[in-house]
Design a protein around this ligand. Structure first.
Ligand code: HEM
Length: 491
């Protein structure tokens, strides 16, 4: 008996020992590590920020007995981490895989050769189909015109011209994305379509990174299918999304004859599947569904949330709103702003840059994984560590920005009024895992924000303070639902 107790104590002590040169951090309790102490009602990036204040830029702790979790904060550490290719993996525990048929599929949470092949293919073809190009601008302008009509109607129908902005931008952004992927647009008020978007939103607002990487044995998820949802990964929300994507793929197959030109990303991908039929191919229908699902989740709420924050910032800073509008009127005359106008709209560009810096919709990016043992700021990062990189710490870096808490678009302009490109401005990440949709996102946010600022004046509700800029908590940050008085300026 004594022998067993001694063995148990030795075992527990061994488990709570950290590997040599492991980064400093909270120890938690034996077996569970820091997992029980993860705060649930505080944005995770704030938790990481507090740890950095206490332990330094590289903090290490354990989630359970075997999973090291490293949080990275501050300019030097973030840059070093994101340029270290050994840290370019992605976690893929049972909980995370429950969103993609229990397999490591898609674009966001895959790594190694599989990720490289799929990312390269997706990026190349999405670029050809219009990502980051002016060719998609016409479709986006249709979307913007519909949005402007909707907002105008909503303002007209209320005696005080109050408009509810809940989920209003997600429909537009998603439609621009779906034009490239699936080749068509949806009616803005289509209930099934709105439900899909609500599911994506619910998923992204529902959990935090540290909770969903907790290692849970696969048999437990088989025994208790609701476990992922209870732990913050609401995988059931993906069922209708996957069904919608699969039906769209089947419709593409049914409506295209051999030799017809590819109409959109789904056609291009189906062609590649056929080409690679004999090989041990990574191009499969399941992978296509998972990739599109990833493009939805990574692409729609982030861009639409940024546009939401742009409108909120206009309401909170009316003189800045006015200054931007004057520039837009001087440069664009009677027309809506286009990408060709952009170079002549430095203040508008600086406003959007400041919105992205302040709102930081992906404050922790997407967690990375150490593919092998490596070094970070002189600390040893064990193979298999989850690495969470605090991008927000760059966007709020006092040394670079001076007064990071203030909303000041001018900080992004040089003496000649030209936009400054700062290497610390990293809302899309840096390195090989940089956001795949950066160019599309930048164009989308620019076109929508500039068109809205030129067409409407946005104001707080009568006798009310401006709506809050405080974000919602979840995998990504988004604006809280808000209402505003809208005055149409252009008729
Ligand atoms: C304002 C809008 C957006 C922001 C701030 C943003 C930010 C980010 C960030 C920080 C990452 C993680 C980088 C890392 O892991 O180090 C990321 C990854 C990714 N983003 Fe975006 N994103 C935006 C819009 C989009 C759009 C429109 C799409 C596509 C339609 C997209 C697709 C992706 C994908 C697929 C990844 C994973 C890339 C990989 O792991 O290789 N994002 N994004």
């Amino acid at each position: 008996m004594i022998f067993i107790c001694v063995l148990l104590i030795v075992f527990l002590v061994k488990l709570s020992l950290r590997p040599s040169n492991f980064p400093p951090g909270p120890r938690g309790v034996p077996l569970l590590g820091f997992a029980p102490f993860l705060p649930k009602n505080e944005p995770f990036f704030r938790v990481i920020q507090k740890m950095a204040e206490k332990y330094g830029p590289v903090t290490g702790f354990y989630l359970g007995p075997f999973l090291p979790f490293i949080s990275v904060d501050g300019k030097k550490a973030v840059k070093e981490a994101l340029h270290n290719n050994d840290l370019n993996g992605r976690p893929s525990g049972t909980l995370l895989k429950s969103r993609t048929f229990g397999e490591k599929l898609g674009l966001v949470l895959v790594d190694g050769d599989f990720w490289q092949e799929q990312r390269r293919f997706t990026l190349r073809h999405l670029r050809d189909l219009g990502f980051g190009k002016t060719s998609i601008e016409d479709q986006m302008v249709d979307e913007i015109s519909d949005l402007i009509s909707d907002i105008t109607e909503a303002a007209k129908s209320d005696p005080d011209h109050v408009v509810d902005f809940k989920a209003i931008f997600t429909v537009s952004v998603f439609n621009s994305l779906w034009t490239i992927i699936g080749g068509k647009r949806f009616q803005r008020d289509d209930p099934a379509f709105k439900q899909l978007l609500a599911n994506v939103d619910l998923f992204l607002r529902g959990g935090n990174i540290a909770q969903v990487v907790i290692p849970v044995p696969a048999f437990l998820v088989r025994l208790f299918p609701s476990l992922p949802s209870r732990l913050g990964l609401k995988d059931e929300l993906f069922v209708p999304i996957q069904q919608f994507i699969e039906e769209s793929i089947d419709e593409h197959v049914a409506t295209r004859s051999k030799g017809d030109a590819a109409r959109d990303f789904i056609d291009v991908y189906l062609d590649e599947m056929e080409k690679q039929l004999e090989n041990d191919s990574t191009f499969t229908k399941k992978q296509l569904i998972a990739s599109i699902q990833d493009l939805f989740t990574a692409g729609s709420d982030t861009s639409s949330g940024t546009i939401g924050f742009a409108v909120l910032s206009m309401i909170n800073y009316p003189s800045i709103q006015q200054k931007m509008r004057e520039e837009l009127e001087n440069v664009c005359g009677d027309s809506l702003p286009s990408l060709a106008h952009r170079a002549s709209l430095p203040f508008t560009d600086a406003f959007i840059t400041e919105v992205m810096r302040m709102s930081s919709v992906a404050p922790l990016g997407i967690p990375h994984l150490a593919m092998k043992e490596t070094q970070l700021l002189g600390f040893t990062i064990p193979k298999g560590s989850i690495v969470s990189v605090h991008l927000n710490s760059m966007l709020q870096d006092t040394e670079t920005w001076g007064d990071p808490a203030n909303f000041r678009p001018e900080r992004h302009l040089d003496f000649n009024g030209k936009l400054i490109k700062s290497e610390v401005f990293v809302p899309f990440g840096i390195g090989k895992r940089i956001c795949l949709g950066e160019s599309l996102a930048r164009n989308t946010v620019f076109l929508f924000t500039a068109a809205l600022a030129k067409t409407f004046e946005f104001k707080s509700l009568p006798n009310k303070p401006p709506p809050t800029l405080e974000p919602t908590i979840g995998f990504v940050s988004g604006p809280q639902p808000f209402k505003a008085v809208v005055v149409r300026l252009v008729h």
